[in-house]
Design a binder for this molecule. Sequence first.
Ligand SMILES: Nc1ncnc2c1ncn2[C@@H]1O[C@H](COP(=O)(O)OP(=O)(O)OP(=O)(O)O)[C@@H](O)[C@H]1O
Length: 616
Amino acid sequence: MARSGLNTSGNDLTADLPKPKVTKDSLKHGLRIFRYVLPYRGKFILGMVLLVLSSLSTMSFPWIAGKLVNVATGQPLQLPGGLLLDINKVALLLFAVTVLQGLFSFGRIWFFTQVSEFTVRDIRQALYAKFVQLPLPFFERNRVGAITSRLTADVGQIQDSFSLTLAELFRQVFTLVGGIGFIMVVSWRLSLFMLLTFPPIVLAAGLFGRKIRNLSRTVQQELAHTNTIVEETLQAIGSVKAFTNERFEIGRYNSSLGKVVRAALQSNLYRGAFVSFVIIGLFGGIILVLWRGATLVHTPVTDPNHLQIGDLTAFIIYTAFIGASVAGLGEIYGKVQSTLGASERILEILDEAPEPSNQEPATGIVPARIEGNIEYEHVAFRYPTRPDLPVLQDVSFTIAAGEKVALVGPSGAGKSTIAALLMQFYELSGGQILVDGHPLADYDLTGLRRHIGIVPQETLLFGGTIRENIAYGKPDASEEEITAAARQANAWQFIANFPEGLDTVVGDRGVKLSGGQRQRVAIARAILKNPAILILDEATSALDSESEKLVQSAMDELMENRTSIIIAHRLSTIRKVDKILVIDGGRVVEQGSHEELAEREGGLYANLLRLQFELS
Ligand SMILES: Nc1ncnc2c1ncn2[C@@H]1O[C@H](COP(=O)(O)OP(=O)(O)OP(=O)(O)O)[C@@H](O)[C@H]1O
């Protein structure tokens, strides 16, 4: 059976996580995510204005505080208009600025939060819409865990950026530049002295920061890996139990967790060292500046180098601000880098070419009705994930409208693949397929798929109710239509026996129903869809004979009046079909009715028949 499903194992999850440096190029790429902010630019600009105002009020705080000290030491504060402010007035001014800052910060958070929530919702919507429209090979190349982490981890990273990192980045840069400007005005001599002590700290912090970034990325990747293990295991919990591999899975998870802890501890060791380095460097710097400042305050008032005590106070607070913003910038750089990585990964998916499904206007013929004539002409095919293996070669056959045709042959012969190609899940490598005389490419993809129904080998239902699952074949179906479909599919009996009837919840992927019940729900769904062409992938898993009879008669009912392709695994069920195509090694090796093929001496079908007869 074609593994046309999700790739839940295989290549390492971490392998597809690019680690971009903050370069002009990566910025240009990553910042394209901002197009999702555009619809909310009004709120964004308001947030920015409030951010500037709150940063300005923060920056004016040390200045006014310094003036307060100056007034206390007998230096009155004279405003440009000539107004003299005493201690009480300056303190009031300081309080007013603080209140304003509080209000500005509130507004900034409120607006930025809105922008980030709306933007992130839009990105998630776009990503999900893209996911469901991407062609199947995409899901064979990528693991489900990696795909879902685009929606969760990466989008979360972007959300952090819009709500916090961006504001932080701006605030820190503003504080740094503004702070340096202010201290230059207060005392350029002391400023130069102070700035000389900073570059070594900045340099060392930068180096430290880089190391920490690498380590925290490793932690993230290890964590994603553990999540993938959980997802994979829980998705296949039945197999885990059947193979009694619980301990193995616990061991696998534990060893992965161990790696997370090791990586996290190492990362935090560096983070701790970084913090203590910054503290020592920062306070060391402040002590130096304090010492130098104190000597300047100590000079006589007439000395041109003399510094007022209040100005020294302001200077020291600014210095602390500057130091903190330098330290903060190191961390923010890491966040910007993660954001760029996340945004690049998200954009990469958004840039993937989707299937041309649900196109408006339609991209080809949108048939109102289909007869159901099918022709395969020299079809050749290789799976995109395994391009060196020719799966089908020169496959040619015709199916007339309303005919029932069975595909039989050894496992791996290519039966499911032949059916998948009719659904246009993959592009052909050669030849063409015609429906009612038109090549598939001439049709609008959704327009044609609407007329083809599939009952897959293993039915995975959606987690809702039986009603929702049946109505999946026709979302606007009435209650009567749903009930009628369930009856035709021999499903009504068991549904009516459930206390909640059609509203019975089937559990994740339908686990609360038996295999035979799930299949009958799938058949009811296909009956509702009422397709002109039907593909039936017969279940390989044996049902008990009672259940099999019910499923079989439901299938017979479903096949009435449509072109049907049955991928048969048991020859006993296909005696009544109009034609049997025997597939081997990706080719049609025999075709004819059951009687013709059964009598062909040395033929593959006759052999398979004998084999099955002997087995039974
Ligand atoms: N998604 C896929 N990607 C790559 N190769 C695939 C994929 N699906 C199937 N194949 C390969 O294509 C070949 C044909 O597979 P296919 O599922 O069509 O066989 P089948 O006749 O339906 O087998 P079965 O009776 O076991 O269901 C096999 O060699 C298989 O390994």
